[in-house]
Design a protein around this ligand. Structure first.
Ligand code: AMP
Length: 285
């Protein structure tokens, strides 16, 4: 049986991809930074169920890291990633570009105005992060020209940023959000989980437990009281340090002051386990 094909540059990809694409087919795109897990594979499976051709990229994008040691320590496991992807058929194209392919003029970000959503939460704690995300995705979208691109709700703010990016740049690609895939203990899957000790991994199940309680309290308690409760819960936890917790409007990503009719809200959280940063979120209504 033929298997997925791997390319190490846009040029190599295009030599085969362009003629395939011309056969009147839709192209699904799943960008990743590798160290693949079931969360990534779920995106690929959804993309495959909706498109004849799927491009999966693996690229640890330097410009979206605001912290040098986070970038240095980010798991890079291309060989085993390619093994994991082996079971896909020849309509999956895996692209593993080099930095100079994406950044021919040096690894610098473009500057974007995403209308304010870039200044909330991740934007506050990771300055420049979304400029880096926008820059790398813009470049991928232009080179691959996918019909649809798939993103996990695990990075919900990123999903909203990408929707904004394609609007601003007028790119003909549909952006689809996909559900968060979790470990059996409830922890949201993440490449960074590979850096947790066994103890930290076990303790990190606390994050989803908290989010589920927040969801069940959302109907009866106000946002300020819930946030206070969450902060206290983490004060008593020796393994996890809360960076932020916010209940925000799904569209504007601004903190909820009072519940408004016909608005959707989500709880967002960022936690450190040692020096490993973990984020998660949950829909509240
Ligand atoms: P990353 O490799 O972390 O940049 O993630 C690549 C894509 O996979 C992004 O769209 C993420 O939101 C998505 N993703 C990462 N973890 C999960 C997860 N646990 N469930 C669903 N999607 C995820």
């Amino acid at each position: 049986m033929s298997t997925m094909q791997v390319f190490f540059s846009f040029e190599a990809l295009n030599s085969i991809f362009l003629s395939k694409k011309a056969q009147n087919t839709t192209v699904g795109f799943v960008p990743t930074m590798g160290a693949l897990h079931q969360g990534h594979l779920s995106l690929i499976d959804i993309a495959l169920s909706e498109n004849n051709l799927v491009v999966v990229s693996i690229f640890v994008n330097p410009t979206q890291f605001n912290n040098a040691s986070d970038f240095d320590l980010y798991p890079r496991t291309v060989e085993s990633d390619l093994k994991i992807l082996k079971h896909y058929s020849e309509n999956v194209f895996v692209l593993v570009p080099e930095t100079k392919d994406i950044y021919p003029n040096g690894t610098i970000s473009r500057q974007y105005d995403f209308g304010g959503i870039e200044n909330e939460m991740e934007g506050k704690f990771r300055p420049g992060h979304f400029d880096g995300v926008g820059t790398v995705l813009h470049s991928f979208f232009k080179m691959i020209q996918p019909t649809v691109a798939y993103f996990g709700e695990k990075d919900f703010q990123q999903l909203q940023i990408v929707k904004k990016l394609v609007k601003i740049e007028n790119l003909p690609v549909k952006i689809v959000g996909c559900p968060i895939v979790r470990e059996s203990n409830g922890l949201a899957m993440s490449s960074r989980n590979k850096r947790l000790t066994k103890r930290q991994y076990d303790e990190a199940s606390f994050i989803y437990k908290i989010l589920k309680t927040v969801k069940s309290d959302f109907g009866t308690k106000n946002a300020q009281n819930i946030a206070q409760w969450v902060e206290n819960e983490f004060k008593n936890n020796n393994y996890l340090k809360l960076e932020y917790f916010e209940i925000s409007n799904e569209e504007t990503l601004k903190p909820m002051i009072e519940k408004e009719l016909n608005q959707k809200y989500r709880a967002f959280i960022s936690v450190f386990a040692g020096d490993v940063r973990l984020i998660d979120n949950i829909a509240l209504n």
